[in-house]
Design a protein around this ligand. Structure first.
Ligand code: CAA
Ligand code: NAD
Length: 278
């Protein structure tokens, strides 16, 4: 199987890495070489950590050698499965899938790693709704076991079968759900993170106490503010907006503090500052 990944950010880099670790040939596309270089650097560092701990089959160079980095979408024309991991914006993703639908060979499956955007709408834009699916990896991809597989309204059984089998080949556990805003993962996770941000804004506790209470009290590996920084506050805001709009209930209203931080360019770990400095 030839694998394609669009977007070399934190998720795209991770998806390309696990596909290459599984032995697939991988093409990664992003808009500019600087974004590709940053993605390659992320993969190199992660592979080095896994290699040091004896958790990598083969050498980092062998794995990296299976990945080609390109700014040309046409280089993905022969891919059997293309996973999109670009910015969480429905209009931008739909435009990309309109283009990909015309470029990738007709038998190729198109998948989105979207956190919340309707799979059925992106499937329609691609012009191949039966061969379209949500393949939602978790961050950090090389370590997290889950792939949430989201069937769009017209996703075929064959497409769902191929994608779940591929997830298993990547060492992941696929779990299937239907196409509702935020799916299962972010319908449950993101309101919790949003509420933690609201607690900070209202002065219920300081950031260390909010994170500490959830870490020590609930045994979460990261506190909610640390996790929001880790995911990216722009992505968190986009997901809350999809939940708010899609489910039409004010309980999903994004915290004004989250909105303000994104307006200020404080996006979390990826911009160097969010609730914490990095
Ligand atoms: N690649 C390879 N190895 C990595 C790595 C990476 N990217 N990141 C961390 N590691 C390794 C470390 O080297 C370390 O190895 P050892 O235990 O052998 O020393 C191990 O993983 C643990 O790392 P750390 O000690 O640095 O930190 P940690 O113990 O806190 O673990 C974590 C890191 C696994 C990320 C953990 O904090 C965690 O599980 N956090 C929660 C992550 C989470 O909730 N993800 C889901 C986000 S939501 C989402 O993805 C969906 C969405 O749409 C928004
Ligand atoms: P990111 O900001 O780290 O990376 C996005 C990458 O996409 C950037 O390198 C950017 O240059 C590239 N890009 C943007 N528009 C593009 C286009 N039109 N064509 C090609 N490349 C383009 O974002 P991320 O955190 O990797 O998130 C990517 C996707 O994965 C989003 O849909 C997000 O919701 C989803 N996701 C994120 C997480 C997370 O924890 N961050 C977890 C699961 C899913």
């Amino acid at each position: 199987m030839i694998f394609g990944v669009i977007g070399a950010g934190q998720m795209g880099a991770g998806i390309a890495q696990v596909a290459a670790q599984a032995g697939f040939e991988v093409f990664v596309q992003d808009m500019a070489t600087e974004f590709l270089a940053r993605g390659e650097n992320t993969i190199e560092k992660s592979l080095a950590r896994l290699h040091e701990k004896g958790r990598l089959d083969g050498t980092p160079a062998e794995v990296l050698g299976r990945i080609r980095f390109t700014t040309e979408l046409h280089d993905l024309a022969h891919c059997d499965l293309v996973v999109e991991a670009i910015v969480e914006n429905e209009a931008v993703k739909a435009e990309l899938f309109r283009t990909l639908g015309a470029i990738v060979k007709p038998s190729g499956i198109l998948a989105s790693n979207t956190s919340s955007i309707p799979i059925t709408a992106l499937a329609s834009a691609s012009g191949r709704s039966d061969r379209f699916i949500g393949m939602h990896f978790m961050n950090p991809v090389p370590l997290m076991a889950l792939v949430e597989v989201i069937r769009g309204h017209q996703t075929s059984d064959e497409t769902a079968r191929i994608v779940t089998e591929t997830a298993v080949k990547l060492g992941k556990t696929p779990l299937i759900c239907n196409d509702f805003p935020g799916f299962v993962s972010n319908r449950i996770l993101m309101p919790m993170l949003n509420e933690a941000i609201q607690c900070l804004m209202e002065g219920v506790a300081d950031r260390e106490a909010i994170d500490g209470i959830m870490k020590l009290g609930m045994n979460h590996p990261m506190g909610p503010l640390t996790l929001a920084d880790f995911i990216g506050l722009d992505t968190c805001l986009s997901i809350m907006e999809v939940l708010h709009r899609g489910l039409g209930d004010d309980k999903y209203r994004p915290s004004p503090l989250l909105r303000k931080m994104v307006q200020a360019g404080l996006l979390g770990r990826k911009s160097g500052e969010g609730f914490y400095r990095y």
